[in-house]
Write a protein that binds this ligand. Structure first.
Ligand code: HDL
Ligand code: ZN
Length: 420
């Protein structure tokens, strides 16, 4: 701490509050889990008002407020679906939900007047943009430095883009997503065989070695920052199952060889209502036992974990206190709401200090990073103000540079350090 630095103590509460607010707003975020794609991925990059309005979170809410039959909605084209959602959730009802408010924040931050409720006017504005310019504008408005994509070699649309080895965009980092491999080995091993890996249904040594080669090839091809999987509430390890065997004998060795973390997103019950399609997934509570076992049994591996059930958040914080190879991240999906983000961020800072990744956006539509980060920055600011106020009230003195250091860690530094 240099002599002439601004020092905050219990007598300078207002200065402290304003400084925290400014620093959180001004510090760029590295958004470490999204479903965005660089413009080179073409149609895979979703953007614009009709994509924002047909976000699967809003589709689920639409069906609650409308008696339109599921099939009738799915038979509509994108614009007609957006019209139905706009009328039902924004005009016929007040757009109070977090996903609805998000659309309004996006319009407002892009300089369009949401109060005008002028959907055709918004459409005209978005139609005049290009994807590349919209990425520039959105990243600047949201103040994010980079976004980590979710890259799935089993995705028939995405795979050819990687095989064309298009020039990357440094603002879009890759993460290798391997749900089919770990959650549906029976349905995916023949695809690996078709891609030239000498695998068979039986998870013998040869097959496991070839699975590891497949992972290594894609980690290299993508320059992936980490590997990731989403897992059901009853995820167990150790367990006598294809998932456990592939995880222990192919995935974790590949992660060690490449020095990348393995991210587990635990607690999703896929397709509890298939009629909702992408909006049809649910949540269940999980045990922390597999996480604790993996962190203890594989000390050379790095694990990032987020859990979907609110009920699991405290136990996850406690587990993160036990293992330096475990990094907790984000307020995932059904937890990405102000009341729960605040509860979780307070719990995490109180139990773990500034060592966590408090948030990721999970954005599927480009402009969502504007609202997801505007809303989360507001809450992170509120919590940090209280925590620093508690500190100086206890007699500590803190400098602006130290607050800047802490916020940089929370909004990207902890992730970057953990992935190496
Ligand atoms: O599995 C995941 O990565 C989830 O985030 C799902 O993509 C989910 O549909 C989602 O978008 N949640 O925000
Ligand atoms: Zn996601």
């Amino acid at each position: 701490m240099t002599a002439n630095e601004t020092l905050f103590d219990r007598d300078n509460a207002v200065g402290l509050r304003n400084t925290v607010q400014r620093i959180v707003q001004e510090t760029p975020v590295l958004d470490m889990h999204t479903h965005l794609y660089a413009p080179a991925f073409g149609e895979l990059l979703l953007w614009g008002i009709d994509e924002l309005l047909t976000y699967h979170y809003l589709v689920a809410e639409f069906f609650l407020a409308s008696d339109m039959p599921y099939d009738a909605f799915w038979a509509l084209d994108k614009k007609a679906q957006a019209d139905a959602i706009w009328k039902t959730l924004f005009v016929d009802h007040s757009p109070i939900s977090e996903a609805c408010r998000g659309v309004i924040t996006v319009l407002d931050r892009l300089g369009l007047d949401p109060g005008a409720r002028d959907l055709e006017g918004y459409r005209a504005w978005f139609a005049a943009q290009t994807p590349e310019a919209q990425v520039d504008r959105t990243f600047k408005t949201a103040n994010i430095s980079a976004a980590v994509m979710t890259n799935d070699p089993f995705d028939t649309l995405e795979r050819p883009v990687w095989e064309a080895a298009l020039k990357g965009d440094p603002r879009f980092l890759a993460a290798l997503r391997i749900d089919p491999l770990l959650n549906d080995w029976a349905g995916s091993w023949e695809r690996l065989k078709g891609w030239g890996y000498d695998v068979e249904a039986a998870l013998n040594d040869k097959t496991l070695a070839e699975v590891q080669r497949f992972l290594s090839d894609w980690l290299t091809k993508m320059d992936a920052r980490y590997m990731a999987v989403s897992l059901p509430p009853d995820f167990a390890f150790p367990e006598d199952s294809p998932r456990a065997k592939i995880l222990a004998e192919a995935v974790l060795p590949a992660a060690r060889a490449h020095g990348v973390p393995f991210a587990m997103m635990i607690g999703v019950t896929r397709q509890v209502n298939p009629a909702l399609r992408l909006a049809g997934d649910g949540v269940g509570t999980s045990s922390l036992a597999p996480v604790e076992h993996l962190c203890a049994a594989f000390p050379e591996n790095k694990f990032m974990v987020t859990m979907l059930a609110r009920e699991n958040q405290h136990a996850l914080c406690v587990a993160a206190r036990k293992f330096r190879n475990l990094l907790l991240f984000g307020c995932w999906w059904f937890l990405n709401n102000p009341s729960l983000i605040e509860e979780m961020t307070r719990m995490r800072l109180e139990l773990l200090g500034p060592s966590v990744v408090p948030q990721h956006s999970d954005a599927r539509v480009l402009e969502q990073v504007i609202y997801k980060w505007a809303h989360s920055r507001e809450i992170i600011t509120r919590v940090l103000r209280h925590k620093y106020a508690d500190l100086v009230e206890a007699g500590w003195r803190i400098s602006e540079a130290e607050i800047q250091r802490d916020v940089k860690q929370l909004l990207g530094g902890n992730f970057e350090k953990f992935v190496g």
